[in-house]
Design a protein around this ligand. Structure first.
Ligand SMILES: [Zn+2]
Length: 326
């Protein structure tokens, strides 16, 4: 007998999102389905697999129905995440995927469907099943275009080449790619982290419709948490996020950069000094919904003293790793 808990999603909530294809902000419903979880389970910052359970495919459909009860009655974006890979058939079987597509197809208010997957599970056939809405987006957690950082520091288990093959496959199948980049994986400095995401955005944007900048936060029961507790890791500064977003937009005017500052202002999440965190977080959220860069540019007027500390930290990086000293 399956537990009653398995009939409810891990979480579901309403929000607003930037709808790229319509160049406007619309409502979104995010659903986190509980599945048997990600099969990889080795990434240093990820603790999502703790949300997995021994659920049946019928449970998964019940979870979706439960979440859709709170859907908006106007046009909206539906995000169905699993804390793993939606296209992994061990999590969502082929039959369940097709049934979910039938459910989505009936709801004409759904303008766009977004699912997440590791690249190895992408196939033209699976994408075809999901093409029941005007806009289908497949989100892939590349994290960085640097194979060394991805394999050694994040332990992601796939290469940039694997990502490119999957992304091309998605594009060829008539869906869009959203690429997640991770600001500040463990073992790299604040400055290198900023440089890495900017460079990664340039390398991933030819394959991506949207770049999503994810600001690293410290989740429970992870390798990252162990490092953080020993003071070997500090989550990124919010100033770094602003800098990275502005540079990404500057280097490619066609790119859409989204960033939902999860856990911002908390010690486990991206944060500054505590005094200016709220204002900056609100600005990032507003930018995320609107793509209006002036919202971030106005932050230059904030004269919080922690900005000097952050600047010093970046300069210190030059001092430590500057080529003239090595
Ligand atoms: Zn501050």
């Amino acid at each position: 007998m399956t537990s009653p808990k398995n009939k409810k999603p891990v979480a579901s909530w309403l929000d607003y999102d930037f709808f790229k294809e319509g160049r406007r902000t619309i409502k979104s419903l995010t659903v986190i389905l509980r599945t048997v979880g990600c099969q990889w389970r080795k990434c240093t910052p990820c603790g999502y697999w703790h949300e997995s359970a021994d659920v049946t495919q019928a449970d998964i459909l019940a979870q979706l129905e439960h979440s859709l009860r709170k859907r908006p009655d106007e046009e909206f974006i539906l995000k169905i995440f699993t804390s793993g890979s939606f296209l992994d058939e061990r999590e969502i079987s082929s039959e369940t995927r097709k049934e979910i597509a039938r459910v989505v197809e009936k709801r004409k208010e759904i303008k766009k469907l977004i699912v997440e997957t590791r690249p190895e599970f992408v196939s033209a056939e699976k994408i075809e099943d999901l093409k029941v809405v005007d806009h289908l987006e497949i989100a892939i957690g590349l994290e960085t275009a640097d194979d060394f950082i991805r394999s050694k520091y994040i332990n992601k288990g796939f290469s940039f080449e694997d990502y490119k093959i999957a992304a091309k496959n998605v594009n060829k199948s008539g869906a869009a790619v959203k690429t997640y980049l991770l600001l500040k994986p463990p073992f790299i400095s604040e400055k290198k982290a900023i440089e890495d995401v900017i460079k990664s955005a340039a390398l991933a944007s030819p394959y991506s419709s949207i770049i999503s900048l994810n600001l690293c936060n410290v989740q429970k029961y992870t390798t990252l948490e162990k490092l953080w507790k020993r003071k070997y890791y500090r989550p990124p500064w919010l100033w770094s996020a602003i800098e990275a977003i502005k540079e990404m937009m500057k280097q490619d005017e066609n790119v859409v950069v989204m960033s939902d500052p999860v856990g911002a202002g908390h010690k486990r999440g991206p944060h500054n000094c505590g005094k200016c965190d709220m204002e900056i977080t609100e600005a990032i959220k507003k930018f995320n919904r609107t793509q209006d860069l002036s919202v971030l540019e106005r932050l230059a007027e904030i004269d919080c003293e922690c900005k000097e500390v952050w600047h010093a930290l970046l300069n210190f990086d030059d001092f430590l790793f500057g080529s003239n000293l090595l």
